[in-house]
Each structure stands twice: as C-alpha cells, then as structure tokens.
Ligand binder design. Sequence first.
Ligand code: P71
Length: 457
Amino acid sequence: MKYVPEPFRIKTVEPIKMTTRKYREQAIKEAGYNTFLLRSEDVFIDLLTDSGTSAMSDAQWAALQLGDEAYAGSKNFYDLEKTVQDVFGYKYFVPTHQGRAAEHIMSKLLIKEGSCIPGNMYFTTTRLHQELAGGRFVDVIIDEAHDPSNPHPFKGNVDINKMQKLVDEVGADRIPYISYETCVNMAGGQPISIANLKELRNFCDKYGIKIMLDNTRTVENAYFIQQREKGYADKSVKDIVKEICSYTDGCTCSSKKDCLVNIGGFLAMNDEDFFVEAKAQVVIYEGLHTYGGMSGRDMAALAQGIREAVANDDYIKYRVEQTNYFGELLTQADVPHVIPHGGHAIFLDAKRFLPDIDQEQFPALALTAAIYVETGVRAMERGNVSAGRDPETGENRRPKLELVRLTMPRRVYTQSHIDYAAEGIIKLYQNRDQLRGFRFVFEPKQLRFFQARFEPV
Ligand code: P71
C-alpha cells in the first residue's frame, strides 16, 4: 500500500488534546451522543467534515493581508470574479457566504410551486431549499450508487432512463433544472463521468431543462476522471474541471471544500437574466453583490485557494490518494465500507458493521458515538438521522445507505493520524457486538441531525 507524500511542509502547528476513554464517555453523553454537539477541544482527530477545515497555504495567509474592505467594489471581488471565470469558465459570478446561501437564491429563482428537481442523490441543504421553494426532489442517480459494495467507477452518474421517466410522468415544463453534483457526497464521494454528463446534456437540450452543477467537489471529481475515464489520462485536472463546467448552465459552490478556504461560496451562470435576478436577491439575503457575505480578505484567500487547487496535479493526487490509503487499511481488515473509496471521505457501512441494530435505532449514529469513545476521532452520521422524515408521511426515510463518514480535511492530517484512526476503528469492529441502538430525546423539525439529542435504548 502506498502513501503519497504530502506536497508541502508544516510551518505552523496547532496542538491537539489527547483524552482518556472515561473523559470521552462523559463528553459524548453531554453531547446527547451527537458528534455535532461535541466541543472541538475534546476531539483528537476531527474527521467530522472536510467543510471549512482546510489548512490554508502561506500564500493564502499572505493574501489575507491584502484584503480590501471597502463596502462596494473591493479589488478582491474583481480578482475573485476573474479567477472563477478563468477556472470554471462561467460568464457571471455572484458571491455568497457559503454554499447553502447560493442554493437558497438559486432555488427561489428557478423553482415554482409544484416543480420537480431531479438530482444525482440528495444533499441535505440542497433538498431543503428545493422544498422550501415549493419543489420536490427526485432521485435519478444510477441504482449502483445505493449499493455500498458495488464497484462501479462512476457511481455519481445519472440514469438517463430515470430522467426520461420523470419527463414522461410530470412533463418537462415542471422540471426547471437538474441538480448535478460532482463527487456525490451522500453516495460516498462518488464521481460522475464526462460521458454521462455529455449524454445528460443532449437529453436536457431536447427538453429545455437546465443543468445546474453542485460544484463543491469538482476538482476531486476531475482527478477521478483523469485516473479512470478513457481519453483523459493525459489531460490536466485543470482542463478537466473546465470541461465539466462547460456542459452545464451554471453552478452553486460551497468554497469550504475544494477551494481550500474556511468560509465562502458562490453562484455562477451563463444566463444574463438569471445573473441580474440573482444579484437582486443577494443584496437581500447576503450583502452587496461585490462581497455577498464574505469580507475582502475572505475573497482574497478564496481566489488564491481556487488557483492552488488546480495549479498542478500534485496536490489533488496527494489529497485523493490519502483518503484511499485510509480506505485500504480498512479493506485489509475487512471492515465494511463503501467502495470505491470516495475523494473526500471513507464511509463505513453501518448496516453491515452493526447488522443487529434496526435502522429505527440509528446504527450509523451508534457507530459514530462509539468511534469517538474508542479513539477520540470525530465522524459524522450519514444515515437515517441525516435523511430525516418524509414530509408527506412523517415517517423516517430509512435510506438504503446507512453510513458513517470519516472525512479528510485538506492538508491537515498526516499518515500517522490516519494509521491511528484506522487502528482504532479496526479494534472497534472486532468488539462490535457490544454496541447498542439509540432513540431521540430531542428532534428538531428541519436538518435534525445538527442539533438532535439521543439516549441509548
Ligand atoms: C459537509 C458539508 C457541510 C454540511 C452541510 C450540511 C450538513 C452537514 C455538513 C456542504 C455541502 C455539500 C454539497 C455537495 C452543498 C453544501 C452546502 N457539505 N453541497 O459535507 O457537501 O454548503 O455548508 O457551504 O452551506 O460536511 P455549505
């Protein structure tokens, strides 16, 4: 097994606290067994998310000093606008404070009461904004994506037959756009292929349906295309990123992931009318259209982060292969997890890890809590708690995938951190019969996973 060496060296360090099992048992109990409610200080290795957790480069820290904090027309805005146009190729750019803000504005503008929005699997905030705008999300990802042990190389792909079926059922005029995500998060960080995107483009052109990209993890997806798709081995990740965007009408983006910053997001598009309307919305919800909720220095760090993400292929190779190394350690020990390994995270398969805990007792949540107690590693539940309740029936959705996400922050942890985390999880797997299920003691109405509290059954 190969660990691709980090293409950087460490210049600033941040100490982290080692805790005892007894301490962690108390901490997780106080957090209602929800890792979102743990204090960061009490976490040894934080694999909750890759969102906003990147280590910035020396050039990004230097860029912070060059923030132009003018209310209107900051020079950092113009630099960022140009960088987004250069790297992603869209004509128009609207900054927002993070990804869900871009989703909010896009959903308000493009969705009407009764609209159907197909997507290659749901994302929590994306679907909620679609529903709040009066729409209904329809899953059109290929069936393979719902099977954690299916090795399909592009499990993010859309099933064109499912698109056709939806058009036949509801009519194309009720489908404003398809929400098309790169490296599909809830499927396990699974990429889409260019072949699929081209086929989708042809289909959508036939029916006048837009393709709106969720651009959050496109750089990682481009690396997978370079490694796996015929005809792309000699293309740079930078060129592949631009090619992906070129088949779409616009995007939302959480800059907190591939773009290597701690905060930020944007909306981009080619349609001028949509741009004018989006700018009108951004001043209501985010801030003036030349900052959209980011400070000048945030925009400076973001522009530099976007350039670094695609400057050469060494960074992205190290990043994706580090995640793969983690997955390979678990594969060797037969710990059940999603294959192929995703770009940003390894996802444990809680249904196979804990086959005796019913989905109504939240096996992924139980495993997340146990990993923290065993190792001090913080993971994220991505199963029945995250899926929420069906708005029509009020029942838990019981998704096919009941997963625990171990997410890799970018440029933050080293090989020994990963070895340590893998060792602890392997040990837990060997003692898995000691784990129990959970029930709610507090359940918020929307995005319940963030603030819910539980107790063991
Ligand atoms: C992640 C996050 C952050 C998050 C969001 C909701 C629940 C738990 C954690 C955010 C994404 C994302 C995709 C594909 C849009 C957003 C929202 N991911 N699309 O994975 O992954 O962006 O957080 O900047 O608002 O931990 P935002």
